[in-house]
Ligand binder design. Structure first.
Ligand code: UDP
Length: 384
């Protein structure tokens, strides 16, 4: 039996998946989290008044192409069928997202067939843009000015606080454009929602005799000495006392709406107009379509620059941040017995399935390194 002690900082998906795999391998694992709950930003809890399962840090929809990840999560929670279908309100009209044949026909008041729509959109796209680098170029190349301005420009400016001409094309590449009526927001093979919420899923992952969890517990350098290895899923810059500056994040504010019956009739309604100050409204009972609730609770979501006291959500990763990130990576590589993991530890925009997949790889790489007497990597995935 391996009695080595491992510390995992952060009880979000990265930390708990590693905790589980190392616990199963016989390590003694302590998981600590500064917050008073497990599950990080996918934490969910039932709303007292309505009984609705609320995603406390905004909508989380599980989707993946990775069968192993899908099997892993289904081992720890029952997953209910769920397809994310998002609408967008633009200029007082409601459209279907992601941009699909319905959106194109609604928007241009046409009745195009798939083939006609391909031709039509191609002729709207700016073909002088060969190799789109920015969000704006990507949009103009593939959907043209009108759809870009209606659905992407305002939303993106609100979400990122920046002109889309300054953002990388990769952000938009997350969203498909379809020439049929498929309005499933995701292209992945597997999609679903944990029946009793994400916190229940995470709690089950942590249920192992080799794992202990401490909440409301902030860790600093001196606390880690007694451990053989530390997996740190907190913010990379925070670990180094922000000595190179603060890596930029966007944070979110939620404004609660409570009503009898229904509020908007769907889970997520985006707002494309720049003059509407929020980006979207999520009505959480629609994330559990198998449940029935008489009352409803929804949240308007506002994005803004993340201040010192705020919860970081989306890493910005622009040019300035890239050079700062490089300096933090250099510092990190001088550390011993610590690995930086996950969204905050590697400063990347990660979906839940990728987070789990990377955590599995990290745990396996750790076990292999230990077996071969090699040094455990500081990063399992390079942040740059
Ligand atoms: N986006 C947009 N309009 C929309 C939805 C998304 O312009 O109606 C852009 C926006 O820049 C956003 C990105 O596409 O940050 C990725 O969207 P996604 O829905 O994947 O964002 P998330 O749910 O992760 O916030």
């Amino acid at each position: 039996m391996n009695k080595q002690k491992i510390l995992i900082v952060g009880a979000g998906l990265s930390g708990v998946v590693i905790a589980r795999l190392l616990g199963e391998a016989g390590y003694k694992v302590s998981v600590v989290d500064a917050r008073s709950h497990i599950a990080g930003n996918c934490h969910s809890a039932r709303d007292e008044e309505t009984g609705v399962m609320v995603h406390k840090y905004g909508p989380h929809i599980f989707h993946t192409n990775n069968e192993e990840v899908w099997r892993f999560v289904k081992n720890f929670a029952e997953f209910m069928p769920y397809i994310n279908r998002v609408k967008s309100t633009v200029n007082d009209k409601v459209y279907s997202l992601p941009i699909n044949l319905h959106t194109i026909n609604q928007f241009f008041e046409k009745a195009l067939s798939p083939k006609e729509a391909v031709e039509f959109i191609e002729q709207l796209g700016d073909r002088s843009i060969d190799n789109p680098q920015t969000f704006e170029e990507q949009a103009l190349r593939f959907v043209g000015k009108d759809l870009y301005e209606a659905f992407f420009k305002g939303y993106t400016k609100k979400q990122w606080g920046l002109e889309p001409s300054l953002l990388p094309a990769s952000i938009l590449k997350r969203l498909p454009v379809r020439f049929n009526y498929d309005d499933n927001y995701f292209n992945h093979k597997f999609q679903g929602m944990p029946k009793d919420g994400y916190t229940d899923l995470v709690e089950n992952i942590l249920k192992h005799p080799n794992i202990e969890v401490s909440l409301s517990c902030k860790i600093n350098r001196d606390d880690i000495k007694e451990y053989h290895h530390v997996f740190y899923s907190g913010a990379l810059d925070e670990w180094f006392g922000y000595q190179e500056g603060r890596l930029g994040y966007r944070t979110l504010d939620f404004e609660e709406i409570r009503e009898e019956g229904d509020f908007q009739g769907c889970a997520v309604m985006n707002y494309g107009d720049e003059n509407v100050p929020f980006t979207r409204i999520a009505e959480h009972k629609y994330f559990s379509p198998w449940e029935e609730h008489d009352k409803t609770v929804a949240f308007r979501e506002y994005s803004r620059e993340c201040g010192e006291k705020d919860i970081p959500y989306y890493p910005i990763r622009l040019v300035g941040e890239q050079s700062m990130l490089r300096r933090y990576v250099e510092l990190a590589k001088k550390e011993k017995n610590i690995s930086f993991i996950g969204r905050l530890g590697t400063y990347r925009y990660l979906d839940m399935d990728v987070t789990i997949e990377e955590a599995m790889r990290a745990a396996r790489a750790f076990l292999a390194a230990r077996e071969q007497g090699q040094r455990v990597p500081v990063f399992f995935v390079e942040p740059i």
